[in-house]
Design a binder for this molecule. Structure first.
Ligand SMILES: Nc1ncnc2c1ncn2[C@@H]1O[C@H](COP(=O)(O)OP(=O)(O)OP(=O)(O)O)[C@@H](O)[C@H]1O
Ligand SMILES: [Mg+2]
Length: 504
């Protein structure tokens, strides 16, 4: 008897397996962090075998906690950090070096060259993405040039370049022993090699980045009852479980918030911060620094699209206060520290650790702390860190309004950082609209579970669930609008100071 649906959430900082019941309530979960490998400024890597080991561990642990057999798991949904690119040999399964993470800026010079070349406008038009270090194609181009043996293996037809979803699916379904070499269309839309309209790898995009088509997995729908295959019988689930749905993490969070209709929007606060608004079947072009992405494609249905504002550093700034400065011992402590002061004391932090993403797209920006005086202490830094997340979101919301002409009446939020009540109040204050938090904060995993469960008929289609969404808590704005705009002007001045710091 099937009892649960499994969601594997392979994030930037950790890997989680959550088992949900038919109603979408979590039954059991397990989580494991992996190393952030930063050998030099600008470089961010993950070890693909460490990610596989973490995946194996959380699958075993969660299943054991819930006490279910493989036969009791209706389907597996997978969601993952996007853009991060893995290179491996399909004959042996061995990776070529570390995965290049989405935050890595080693391709800045390469991106400058492409941005200044004749192809740039066409690439942006076809893919919906600006030319930036963020996306997979420049990472692939860099690796083909610099990673030992990769180009030769590609020429022999043995090398694969794939996003994390492809790496996981291939390994879970058998690896060199018959693994499925496929990638979901939402992940593919983050490579900058996929045409938004054609939903296929396009020759001139491949040519622009010099990526051989033969290295890439086959693009399939986000849900598909057969394309993804099943977990190996001798794998971590101890039996075959059908992989029925795969979505990039932000698209999964949109699905987890049941943002399946045109106009639905959510903001997720994890490592970074990602605001997505569903634009239905329409491909909306941004004129204000957002990007256009595939929201989902369920089965044989039409693709739906989204406008997205991506901020690279949100929760990662809190981790930086913890790990690099030692101001706190655990992320949640930042709230108490920030509450030791009434305001930021004039201090602003612009966390441009990987340059600035939306709406600025400046790879030459670097982090700055401004406004320091003898008065400033660690409480002000903690407060400035939370405010930085709120102001970056304000920039996204403004861009979204300018692009869509639609004013947000409230913001739906999720992700690990929204456990922070002070941040939620600050967010409502800087936006001037209510902020709404759902009961289940694990919306990324939930979206993957909804998608996979629906694909195998275990749970209802997402749009049938939509009207049952609940808001667990709401924050309303308390800040005077004039004061709010004055502080926004200060934030913008701080952002100015970060621009152009790194000469690429
Ligand atoms: N109470 C809190 N206050 C502020 N930040 C917090 C709090 N709890 C967690 N965080 C931050 O939230 C992030 C974790 O959120 P979440 O679990 O959604 O991220 P994640 O899914 O691991 O991110 P990713 O998928 O990008 O790896 C961490 O960066 C952490 O610093
Ligand atoms: Mg996440």
């Amino acid at each position: 008897m099937t009892e649960v649906v499994a969601a594997l959430d392979q994030g930037t900082t950790s890997t989680r397996l959550v088992l949900f019941d038919r109603e979408g309530a979590p039954v059991a979960s397990a989580q494991k962090e992996h190393r952030q490998i930063c050998p030099r400024p600008g470089l961010v890597e993950h070890d693909p075998t460490e990610i596989l080991a973490a995946t194996d561990a959380v699958m075993r642990e969660a299943r054991a906690k819930a006490g279910v057999e493989a036969a009791g798991i209706a389907a597996l949904g997978i969601t993952n950090q996007r853009e991060t690119t893995v290179f491996w040999n399909r004959r042996t399964g061995a990776p070529y070096g570390n995965a290049i993470v989405w935050q890595d800026t080693r391709t800045a010079a390469l991106c400058d060259r492409i941005r200044e070349g004749g192809e740039a406008e066409r690439i942006v038009e076809a893919t919906g993405l600006p030319i930036a270090t963020y996306f997979s194609a420049p990472k692939m181009a860099w690796a083909l040039e610099h990673v030992d043996g990769l180009a030769a293996a590609a020429a022999r037809g043995e090398a694969v370049a794939g996003t994390i979803d492809a790496w996981l699916v291939w390994n879970l379904t058998g690896g060199p022993d018959g693994g499925r070499l496929v990638t979901d269309v939402t992940n593919a839309s983050r490579t900058q090699l996929l045409g938004l309209r054609s939903l296929a790898w396009e020759d001139d995009l491949l040519a622009a980045f010099d990526v051989p088509r033969g290295m890439l997995p086959e693009v399939v729908s986000s849900t598909d009852a057969s394309a993804y295959g099943s977990t190996r019988a001798d794998g971590a689930f101890g039996g075959e479980v059908r992989i029925a749905g795969v979505l990039g993490d932000q698209q999964a969070a949109l699905a987890g918030q049941l943002g399946v209709r045109e106009g639905d929007a959510k903001n997720t606060y994890g490592t970074g911060c990602f605001l997505l608004q569903n634009t239905g079947a329409e491909i909306v072009r941004s004129r204000h620094g957002l990007l256009t992405t595939v929201a989902a494609r369920f089965g044989d249905g039409p693709a739906t699209y989204a406008l997205e504002g991506s901020v690279a550093i949100a929760g990662a700034l809190v981790q930086w206060l913890r790990d690099n400065l030692g101001l706190i011992a655990a992320a949640p402590e930042v709230e108490a520290l920030a509450r030791t002061v009434d305001d930021n004391g004039g201090v602003h932090i612009v966390p441009a650790f990987s340059g600035l993403f939306a709406p600025h797209w400046r790879s030459d920006a670097r982090g700055v702390i401004v406004g320091l005086t003898r008065h400033a202490h660690k409480g002000h830094l903690a407060r400035a860190a939370l405010e930085a997340v709120a102001w970056q979101t304000r920039e996204l919301v403004d861009a979204m309004r300018n692009d869509s002409g639609r004013t947000l009446d409230a913001l739906r939020v999720d992700g690990g950082m929204v456990a922070n009540d002070l941040l939620m109040q600050l967010q409502a204050d800087v936006l001037g609209v209510p902020v709404r938090r759902p009961a289940v904060l694990e919306t990324t995993a939930l979206g993957a579970a909804f998608a996979a469960g629906a694909a195998v008929g275990f749970s209802p289609p997402l749009d049938e669930r939509r009207d049952r969404t609940t808001v667990a808590r709401e924050w309303t704005p308390t800040l005077d609008p004039d004061e709010r705009e004055r502080r926004y002007a200060d934030w913008k001045r701080a952002v100015e100071r970060s621009l152009g710091w790194a000469a690429s």
